[in-house]
Ligand binder design. Structure first.
Ligand code: IVH
Length: 674
């Protein structure tokens, strides 16, 4: 009896897998939905009656009940690199020239051209034909495990067809691909969210990436994600050509985008890239370019990679999508540092995955330069997730009597006077207590990437500022003293106030670099904040540092250091920091316990071009190991790391007797230090 049940279960699984493959990969429907559901129901019933026969690769196991509390880190055996971009014919020919120069002269080179899918990349690892782990790209070296969520995607095989005609697969292999969402599904899901009053996603890519990181696989399953796979990696077996790999992946049951082509020359590559670009508007999914890869894996190996990109592949970016619409009005927006920026209020128009009703006009000079006027027909453009911009005006359709817009003569929010520094294009509101600036500073402080206070969004900040609860961001930490008053505010209530106050408390654990970024010092973005935090290690040291000492930090320029000095010489800012310190925010970098090594407490300068990493990456490696990196050579410098074409810094180091490390020696020391 049991044998028979086992056989039937296997039979049902085979059939369901086959229908999934046909439906989700080949876009063919062989049986009706009812018939399909019947097969699934029968399988579920048999498995319920015989739980010991359930296997992890059964189609019933796509949607687990387990909630993922924390996404575990996964180390990528082969790093997940990103691609360098080319934007025109010339840059594409440069890529081909570099490839030919690196390979032996007589070698024949073929390229494979594919669509560059605009989604979220994942790596799928199969062991003995079964999907074991799925991981996000993360920082390229370490990603996050999202297996439960990826399993819900029906075009991802849980098990490789063993009886396939292919001489593959090896016991252990990895497949890389892009998770995406069809444009139509994206619209439908976003519309549902709109009806429920939930926050909308900007584009299908963000939606796909956000979904992949959800905790509940049941919700993920309802989101209709899909995958196109584009790379096969294995240290076992005979892999020789990328083109063959793509065909093989198809045979193994993966969804490979059908538009790939083997090209014999760079001219053919360019022609095909243009062909792909002309197809882009008729696709059901978003693409943002083409990818060109050297076909031979042996040649790929010779070419290797530099910094974070391979030398054997490159992206050919398509032109940003454009649309024409009417510019109804020019309004002025006030930012957190008082900058008054013109915004184009547009007749809503659909472009590249979303409806656009506003676009930036950058500054007043730009308006004059492009001769943009209210009521003009304008060409707008959007690339990736950047804010849309107005590119040009359709002059032939300009209405009569239109007028050149005037610059702002007072702040549109508080009515104060405006000023324009001589060497800048922007106008500023002179009143630092202007409501827009106050809200902007608080919004920046609470935002993701800074203090990350969930729930404290624009609407709530507006409300709290208007009610007088928030005047500076330090007031956020006193909100708890107003708990009862907050609960009484209409539409808030006990639960959401509780959640908000918990999020405020939780933000106190944000590391020093994020706190420093959150302060909103002009020009100090997240990257610069991290560098300053790693270098000075505490706010007190940074407050005491001179402009020269700050400029001397690797990759920190004079405008940042000037601005940092200005910020800390304002007593008002120092008072706010005192209040935040009292609330126990983190104002010291966590000293990672690294074993004492070659780099500990030594000061380095990096110069010239390095083969294996960018200067920034090299700097990061040194700081992680407890060393310091500065930008100018002095008697305090312990080592100069000198790459190709090092110039004056190398000379100076030699004159001062500073020890010099070649890239090879530097790499050696890095390896020794761990
Ligand atoms: S190849 C080292 N092929 O684009 C090779 N990538 O910046 C890198 N992408 O993160 C991957 N479509 O997620 C490759 N056909 C395609 C792709 C593709 C989209 C994504 C990928 C990667 C990014 C490159």
């Amino acid at each position: 009896m049991n044998k028979q049940v086992e056989k039937r279960i296997e039979q049902l699984r085979e059939q369901i897998r086959d229908h999934d493959y046909k439906y989700f990969v080949l876009n063919e429907q062989a049986i009706s939905d009812q018939e399909y559901d019947k097969l699934v129901k029968e399988l579920e019933k048999l498995e319920n009656e015989n739980p010991d026969l359930i296997t992890s690769d059964s189609p019933t196991q796509r949607v687990g009940k387990d909630i993922t509390k924390q996404f575990k880190p996964v180390q990528h055996n082969v790093p997940m690199l990103s691609l360098a971009n080319t934007y025109n014919e010339g840059e594409l020919y440069d890529f081909d020239r570099r490839v030919r120069e690196t390979l032996p002269r007589e070698e024949k080179i073929q390229y494979v051209v594919e669509f560059k899918i605009d989604g979220a990349s994942v790596s799928l690892r199969y062991v003995n034909g079964i999907l074991k782990t799925a991981a996000t790209r993360g920082d390229g070296t370490v990603g996050e495990e999202v297996t439960n969520n990826v399993k819900t995607i029906k075009s991802v095989p849980l098990q490789i067809k063993r009886n396939s005609s292919a001489p593959y697969p090896p016991d252990d292999f990895e497949v890389r691909g892009e998770i995406f969402m069809r444009i139509a599904d994206f619209h439908k899901l976003n519309k549902d969210r709109e009806e429920k009053g939930e926050k909308l996603f900007a584009n299908p890519r963000n939606f796909a990436a956000g979904t992949l990181k959800m905790q509940d696989p049941q919700i993920v399953a309802s989101r209709k994600l899909n995958i196109f796979v584009y790379n096969l990696i294995s240290s076992e077996g005979e892999l020789n050509f990328h083109f063959e790999n793509l065909n093989l992946l198809r045979k193994l049951g993966f969804n490979v985008n059908p538009e790939f082509k083997l090209c014999e020359s760079i001219d053919e590559v360019l022609k095909y890239c243009n062909e792909l670009e002309s197809k882009r508007n008729s696709l059901e999914y978003e693409v943002d370019g083409a990818v060109i890869k050297v076909n031979s894996l042996r040649q790929q190996k010779i070419l290797g990679s530099i910094a974070k990109s391979p030398r054997w592949a490159v992206a050919f970016k398509f032109k940003a999508k454009q649309a024409i619409t009417k510019l109804n009005k020019i309004t002025w927006q006030v930012g957190r540092i008082g900058t008054i920026t013109p915004v184009a209020e547009l007749e809503p128009v659909f472009l590249a995955g979303s409806t656009i009703s506003r676009a930036t006009l950058h500054n007043y000079d730009e308006i004059l330069r492009k001769d943009i006027r209210e009521n003009d027909k304008v060409v707008i453009e959007k690339g990736g997730d950047v804010i849309p911009k107005v590119v040009s005006v359709v002059l032939s359709e300009r209405p009569k009597n239109s007028k050149v817009p005037r610059p702002p003569d007072k702040c549109p929010v508080c009515g104060s006077s405006v000023f324009k520094p001589e060497n800048e294009v922007a106008f500023y509101c002179e009143n630092t207590e202007c409501n827009a600036q106050v809200r902007g500073r608080i919004g920046h402080f609470a935002a993701r990437g800074a203090m990350d206070i969930e729930g404290l969004g624009e609407a709530l900040i507006d409300l709290f500022v208007n009610l007088g609860f928030l005047k500076t961001y330090a007031d956020i930490y006193d909100l708890k003293d107003h708990r009862d008053e907050l609960i009484n505010i209409e539409r808030l209530g006990e639960k959401s106030v509780g959640n908000l106050l918990a999020a405020v408390e939780a933000s106190k654990k944000q590391p020093f670099a994020k706190v420093l970024f959150a302060l909103g010092i002009r020009y100090v973005g997240a990257g610069a904040a991290k560098k300053l935090a790693d270098h000075f290690l505490s706010i007190d040291k940074l407050i005491q540092a001179s402009e020269e000492e700050i400029t001397d930090v690797h990759e920190i320029g004079p405008s940042i250091s000037k601005s940092v000095r200005k910020f800390f010489s304002d007593k008002h800012n120092i008072d706010i920091i005192k209040r935040l310190k009292k609330q126990r925010l983190v104002f010291e970098a966590e000293r990672k316990v690294v074993k004492e090594n070659f780099f500990t407490n030594k000061t380095f300068v990096i110069t010239g071009t390095l083969e294996n990493f960018s200067r920034e990456e090299a700097g990061d490696r040194i700081t992680v190991l407890g060393g310091k990196v500065t930008s100018s050579v002095s008697s305090k410098t312990d080592f100069l790391v000198a790459g190709e074409n090092a110039g004056s810094k190398l000379e100076k180091a030699k004159n001062l007797g500073v020890k010099i490390l070649s890239e090879k020696q530097f790499l050696n020391e890095l390896n020794k230090a761990g």
